[in-house]
Design a binder for this molecule. Structure first.
Ligand code: HAM
Length: 417
């Protein structure tokens, strides 16, 4: 029986790789302009890190983590997201003691045991950005400006930025009470999961996709009606700065997120043409998490965008690459003559192709065509004897004879930028 890849985990190849590379290159450029530096954390962490950060009563921690015991008996988890790891690293290396704010980005695979479907995988990849050590509203707006610029650079036109404020430990309890009271009169409409959630994590009911729960939640109390004065001011200022920067957004007072660490500003970028899994990015403020993991709560906010989903909807096309030169050598002597030249050209950065077997000129030209090489260098016995090789430009079929002594210099000119 042949061995296949694990369900929900896929090989990325061909043009898909080109799209990913473009996404990463664009992201790195945007992150740089906003002063973010790269951080690479391990993909395995102690299970406790995620259980404490993301929240015990979330889908991720309850049923989606890849958790196992290693040979020492320690419980480890393949990271389901990057935020917890970034905060762990920030505290472990005592970066919080240096003057901030500190801005990090990380790019890599995440793992969640979800039901695979379009845009939802078990190994997926995120571009993740986090700002630590800044509690003010300006950074919230800056982060959303950055996300908007990233989406624009990738030519994602049909994407909407949706924002909300979830309040803070001061005002959230009032909201929570109001929400529980509201749903308690409608428990018969809720799914089994949500009836249970109502006790442990009522905000999650707003995020349930089942018909009954959605209908029941339609008139649920809105978070923004319960914000304390500080949270309301913060939210106002974020919106003012977004407007000032001409960033389009829609407010959704029922936007809650699948992770429990959020307070105040939360946001998602929703793609119009992605079907059920339509969030290309999501994030928000998570000030209390730093304290929860043993640091001082002095402000934290971030977002992550899913590379697979960006790739599904982006308009920008990656450039296609092709060889600058195909070498059609005919016979052993010609092959030996040209072999070191090919190595030299490759070391100068040209993409040069050469067949390893002695094939007919016709077969070699076919291959050059297939690879879409810019030019073909033809060198056979008669060319060697005459001391000249032929260079054929594939675009217009024109041919040029070049002295062998001048060949290296001449073909180097084929190098594209
Ligand atoms: P999240 O909303 O769970 O947030 O994930 C962020 C993005 O990752 C989603 O919008 C989606 O594009 C992508 N994503 C999530 N799950 C999958 C999946 N199973 N398959 C494909 N793509 C997926 C977080 O992970 C937070 N850590 C974001 C954050 C950073 N908040 C603050 N800082």
């Amino acid at each position: 029986m042949s061995i296949k890849a694990i369900r929900g985990m896929k090989d990325v190849m061909g043009t898909e790789v080109a799209r990913w590379r473009l996404i990463e290159a664009v992201a790195r450029k945007v992150f740089r302009a906003f002063g973010f530096s790269e951080l690479r954390t391990p993909i395995l962490e102690k299970t406790e890190l995620f259980a404490r950060s993301i929240g015990q009563a979330t889908d991720i921690v309850e049923k989606e983590m890849y958790t196992f015991r290693d040979r020492s008996g320690d419980s480890l988890t393949l990271r389901p997201e990057a935020t917890a790891s970034v905060v762990r690293s920030y505290l472990e290396h005592k970066i919080h003691r240096r003057p901030g704010p500190h801005k990090f980005f990380t790019i890599g695979p995440m793992f969640r045991h979800e039901r695979p479907q379009k845009g939802r995988l078990r190994q997926f990849h995120q571009l993740d950005a986090e700002v630590l050590g800044d509690p003010g509203p300006q950074v919230d707006a800056e982060l959303m400006v950055m996300l908007t610029q990233l989406l624009q650079a990738l030519e994602l036109d049909n994407v909407e930025l949706v924002i909300n404020s979830l309040g803070c430990p001061v005002c959230r309890p009032d909201y929570r009470r109001a929400l529980v009271g509201f749903f308690q009169d409608r428990t018969d409409q809720l799914c089994d999961d949500c009836r249970r959630r109502l006790e442990v994590n009522p905000l999650r009911v707003l995020d349930c996709k089942s018909e009954g729960c959605r209908a029941a939640a339609a008139d649920a109390p809105a978070t923004i009606d319960y914000l304390c004065a500080d949270c309301a001011d913060h939210y106002q200022e974020v919106k003012r700065l977004l407007e000032l920067s001409s960033v389009a957004f829609r407010e959704d007072p029922r936007l809650v997120r699948g992770l429990d660490y959020y307070v105040r500003t939360t946001f998602e970028a929703i793609a119009g043409d992605l079907g059920a899994q339509n969030a290309v990015a999501g994030g928000g403020r998570y000030d209390p998490l730093v304290a929860e993991l043993g640091g001082e709560a002095n402000g934290a906010i971030g977002f992550a965008a899913g590379i697979e989903r960006l790739s599904l909807v982006m308009g920008a096309e990656p450039p296609t690459d092709r060889p600058e030169l195909f070498v059609a050598a005919l016979g052993d002597q010609a092959r030996d003559w040209v072999f070191p030249l090919v190595a030299e050209l490759r070391s100068a950065g040209l993409w040069v192709e050469m067949t390893s077997q002695d094939k007919s000129l016709k077969a070699q030209m076919r291959r050059a065509n297939k690879l879409a090489a810019d030019a073909v260098l033809i060198l056979g016995r008669s060319e060697l004897d005459a001391g000249r090789a032929i260079i054929k430009q594939m675009a217009d079929g024109s041919q040029q004879e070049i002295e062998l002594s001048q060949l290296g210099r001449a073909v180097r000119l084929l190098k594209r930028d």
